[in-house]
Design a protein around this ligand. Structure first.
Ligand code: NAD
Length: 300
């Protein structure tokens, strides 16, 4: 319940790599977080961060002014928010914000279903990774009617920089398109890095030149120097989640009748890497896979 000091009760569902640090920021700002995850370990971690553990989904949302979802995909978002117990437990006037990277057309459909039950549902997916979640510097792509902006902005500003990109579903559309770009950049950057290194150029020198030239991207500025050259491959964003987002973007292009050949090619390449890497592989491991593939194909 909203307190006289303006603090809120927030139901937070999905306490993984992103959800946990986001929860921590909301708690640090003075809000009460009722945290739920199917994983007991994730719930226990949230309690360590200062959250109130919810043993069930209903328990997490019953008193909530706002419910935030930070779940792997639309199938799970639909299962959670489409659950009768979820809509029945919500109090009148509660707002549900899906911050997961979900499918825009399914988001619109879900918002319509929930609207019939009197529940407002908006999307606010993020970019900026685990570091952005920890520091509160996420880019937040907000799909919502203009009249809700004033209500959600102060809350979302605790997590990053909210930008209203359109009505419900628009946030999820732009998020998927962003990750299709990001994944395609990472792939071609990794190929270029392998070629340059085989030619004998120092990888650090290559990155510094790319970063002051037109080839720069998040891959040259962040992923290669921080997670690939260091060989930690620990960005906190799973390869399978990246591939999911790429497919969402390609499906959207298809639904809208827009050809996306390069996008389809990128998905084919990422799928091949995904099939030969561990299910839990970080998405930056594609660079290692590309390097290994180049090594294996070098004639003796
Ligand atoms: P994650 O796999 O680390 O966390 C997801 C959490 O959801 C897990 O703790 C899991 O147990 C929980 N969960 C699954 N099914 C559930 C259910 N039915 N009810 C309650 N909890 C359930 O994933 P993440 O990296 O935190 O990503 C979450 C979302 O954010 C995804 O949609 C992802 O694409 C997006 N995203 C991730 C990053 C990143 O860098 N990790 C960046 C931007 C966006």
């Amino acid at each position: 319940m909203r307190m006289p000091d303006g603090s809120l009760t927030i139901g937070f569902i999905g306490l993984g790599n992103m959800g946990a640090p986001m929860t921590a920021r909301l708690i640090q700002a003075g809000h009460r977080v009722h945290a739920y995850d199917v994983s007991e370990t994730a719930r226990a971690h949230a309690v360590d961060l200062g959250a109130v553990e919810a043993a069930t989904l209903s328990e997490a949302v019953t008193d909530a002014d706002v419910v935030i979802l930070m779940l792997p995909n639309s199938d799970i978002v639909d299962a959670v928010a489409g659950d009768d117990a979820f809509s029945r437990s919500l109090k009148a006037g509660a707002l549900v914000i899906d911050m997961s990277s979900s499918e825009p057309l399914r988001t619109k459909a879900l918002a319509d279903v929930l609207a019939r039950a009197g529940i407002r549902f908006i999307d606010a997916p993020v970019s900026g990774g685990v570091t952005g979640a920890v520091r509160g510097t996420l880019t937040i792509m907000l799909g919502c009617p203009p009249e809700l902006l004033e209500r959600v902005t102060p809350l979302l500003e605790l997590l990053g920089r909210p930008v209203r990109v359109g009505d419900v579903g628009a946030g999820h559309a732009i998020k998927a398109l962003n990750n299709l770009l990001s994944a395609t950049h990472l792939w071609i950057t990794s190929e270029a890095m392998v070629v340059g290194q085989k030619f004998g150029i120092d990888p650090e020198v290559m990155l510094s030149v790319f970063n002051s030239s037109s080839g720069r991207s998040g891959s040259t500025e962040n992923k290669w120097p921080n997670f690939i050259l260091t060989q930690t491959y620990a960005s906190g964003f799973g390869l399978r989640l990246m591939l999911k987002d790429m497919k969402i973007a390609a499906n959207l292009a298809d639904e809208l009748g827009v050809p996306s050949q390069l996008g389809e090619d990128a998905i084919r390449h990422w799928s091949a890497a995904s099939e030969s890497l561990e299910p839990t592989a970080d998405h930056t491991e594609v660079a290692r896979w590309i390097q290994q593939r180049a090594h294996d194909s070098t004639p003796e």
